[in-house]
Each structure stands twice: as structure tokens, then as C-alpha cells.
Design a protein around this ligand. Structure first.
Ligand code: GLY
Length: 327
């Protein structure tokens, strides 16, 4: 996608409202595209710590694929986060099951779903991508593969999540998970490295109190994550079933391919989710997107979704996503 420099700056400002200083005066020296590399963007507040780890790799010229894996591993290891990795809320039977996927700049991808007892599903997904002929391993097969690769077995259920589950069992069996809390679920992280290559990672414990065996959008290439190194990448958060119905992240990337900014692509994809899900007012879905030029954007159904961004002109910080519905 060709852009002249001025167009690039204007559309960056539209897609990323957090950099007003860049557009404060167009008489100031213009940024070249190189100035917006590297870039890291990730979902929710846990994205700050994930971005920090990713940035250490990106800032020293490291590869996006290493940055995205290192970033989300931080979230997976945080026992206080109840939506990813250790500490994740369990399914309705009290078992924590994890889903994750990863994509590199070559379009290679790896995924694991319904994985139990392993701290870093994202690294298992990467091992699937790099060490097997397959894209996706699930359940017992994924676990056996992880153990054979030397990943240690751990207990994922913390006392806090166990207690929450016990309370849910007693009092809230019929209540849907709360928007932006119990489905404040996924970390999706996208990175553009100094070389101009894109990668993405997505990892979650899924919806709280889900049915045994349920898998959401997060490990499904095209739904929870998609990266095309010619165009850009996208990742999703929220109610996975709705994202799967729209093949959400593939849609965002294809919308960017058609010439839409990352921001506009996220907005159009949320509209598609709305069109395909009659219950859309009761669910949250959010997308973030990053293109090859370092422009980024986000959009969601319900207010409350935010994302973390860092690039050479912006310290790591949270940005509030625009939404279809206000609070
Ligand atoms: N978005 C994560 C899930 O629905 O499992």
C-alpha cells in the first residue's frame, strides 16, 4: 500500500488518537514511516506489562515473533490475572483450560486449544508451528506434545479462581458472564519490528464458567488472530463465539487490504459482528489492528475496552477504545 508521507501522518492520527503531538503542527518536521517502527499493541490493561517485555526485544532490533511470544508469556505467568494462563477462571466443572495461537511474518501459524496444566500455551503453540507439520493440537494431544517438548506440568487453578468458581456454582449458575469482567479475557498482542515484519500472539483461559470442552476464538487462526505481513495484523477479545461467526480477525485484515485504515477496519468488523449476532447488545467484542506502516486502531461493542500501545513516539500507555455503545 503506497502512501505519501503527509497522508501517512494524517491517517495515523485518525487511527491512533493518542499521538496528538504528531499532528499538532504539520509545519513541524514530518515523520517518516521508519519513525513508527517498532510498534507493539495489545489488549487490556495487562497489555502494559506484556508490551514492556515485547519492547525489550523490539527496541534492540529483535524479531516481532520473539517479541509477541515474550510479551504474552508475562500475562500467562501472572496469577492475579483471571483470564489468561495461571489464575484463569475455570470451566463449569472447575477445570482451567487454555487456548492460544501465534503467527509469524511468513504466515506460519501454530495453535493449541483445550490445553490443561501448562503455564505457557503460547510457547506450545509456537512449538507446534516450528516443530510439527500441523497448525493446531488440542486437549490430550496438545498436553502430551507439550510434555514431550519439556514444558513442565503446573497447577493453573489458584485459590482465588477456585473460590470464585465455588461461589458461582452456588449462586450464579444461570447468570451470564459479566461483560468486561469475566469475559475481559484475552491478551492479543501485535508487533511490527524494526525490519518491518509483523507477528501476533493471542492467549486466554476463555470465558469464565464455560461448558466443559468449549473452545473460543482465541486459538482459531482468522478468528482470534490473523497476520498478513503484506498488510497488517488483528487480534480479538470478548465473546469468542461471536468473533468466530464473523471470522473476525481475517475480516479486519481483509478490510485493511481493501484500503481501510486499521481503525476503520476494526469499526467495520464490529459492525459485521453486530449484524451476525442478534444478541450483540449482551456481549462484548473488541478488535485491535496494526498495519505494515505502523498505523493502529481499535473498536468494540461496549465501552470499557482499552489497549496498550508503545512506539518510538509514544511511551507504553493505555488508550481507550471507541465503542458502538456507551456505558
Ligand atoms: N475471546 C476468548 C474466548 O471467548 O474464549
Amino acid at each position: 500500500m503506497h502512501k505519501n508521507r503527509r497522508t501517512f501522518i494524517k491517517s495515523t492520527a485518525i487511527g491512533a488518537t493518542a499521538i496528538p503531538s504528531i499532528v499538532a503542527s504539520l509545519s513541524e518536521p514530518l515523520l517518516s514511516e521508519d519513525d513508527l517502527k517498532p510498534v507493539v499493541i495489545s489488549t487490556w490493561n495487562h497489555g502494559l506489562a506484556a508490551n514492556e517485555a515485547a519492547w525489550k526485544i523490539l527496541a534492540t532490533g529483535g524479531k516481532a515473533i520473539d517479541a509477541v511470544e515474550s510479551g504474552v508469556r508475562i500475562t500467562e505467568s501472572d496469577p492475579t490475572g483471571q483470564s489468561v494462563g495461571i489464575g484463569g477462571r475455570p470451566d463449569m466443572t472447575g477445570e482451567v483450560t487454555l487456548d492460544a495461537c501465534i503467527m509469524n511474518e511468513h504466515g506460519d501459524c501454530g495453535s493449541v486449544a483445550y490445553l490443561k496444566g501448562i503455564e505457557h500455551p503460547i510457547s506450545v503453540a509456537r512449538a507446534v508451528m516450528e516443530k510439527t507439520r500441523h497448525v493446531m493440537l488440542v486437549g490430550d494431544g496438545a498436553k502430551e506434545f507439550a510434555l514431550a517438548q519439556g514444558f513442565p506440568e503446573v497447577n493453573l487453578l489458584t485459590e482465588k479462581s477456585k473460590k470464585d468458581w465455588e461461589e458461582w456454582k452456588v449462586s450464579q449458575r444461570k447468570v451470564l458472564p459479566k461483560i468486561n469482567v469475566e469475559n475481559h479475557d484475552t491478551i492479543g498482542l501485535l508487533a511490527l519490528d524494526k525490519n518491518g515484519d509483523l507477528s501476533g500472539a493471542c492467549t486466554t483461559s476463555g470465558a469464565a464458567w464455560k461448558m466443559k470442552g468449549r473452545v473460543g476464538d482465541s486459538p482459531i487462526i482468522g478468528a482470534g488472530l490473523y497476520v498478513d505481513n503484506e498488510i497488517g495484523g488483528a487480534t480479538a477479545t470478548g465473546w469468542g463465539e461471536a468473533v468466530i461467526r464473523a471470522v473476525g480477525c481475517f475480516l479486519v485484515v481483509e478490510l485493511m487490504r481493501q484500503g481501510n485504515s486499521p481503525q476503520k477496519a476494526c469499526e467495520l468488523a464490529v459492525q459485521r459482528v453486530i449484524d451476525k449476532n442478534p444478541d450483540w447488545r449482551e456481549i462484548q467484542v473488541g478488535f485491535i489492528a496494526l498495519n505494515k506502516s505502523g498505523e493502529y486502531g481499535a473498536y468494540c461493542i461496549h465501552a470499557g475496552f482499552d489497549y496498550a500501545v508503545q512506539h518510538p513516539k509514544l511511551d507504553n500507555q493505555m488508550i481507550k477504545s471507541d465503542s458502538r455503545l456507551s456505558l
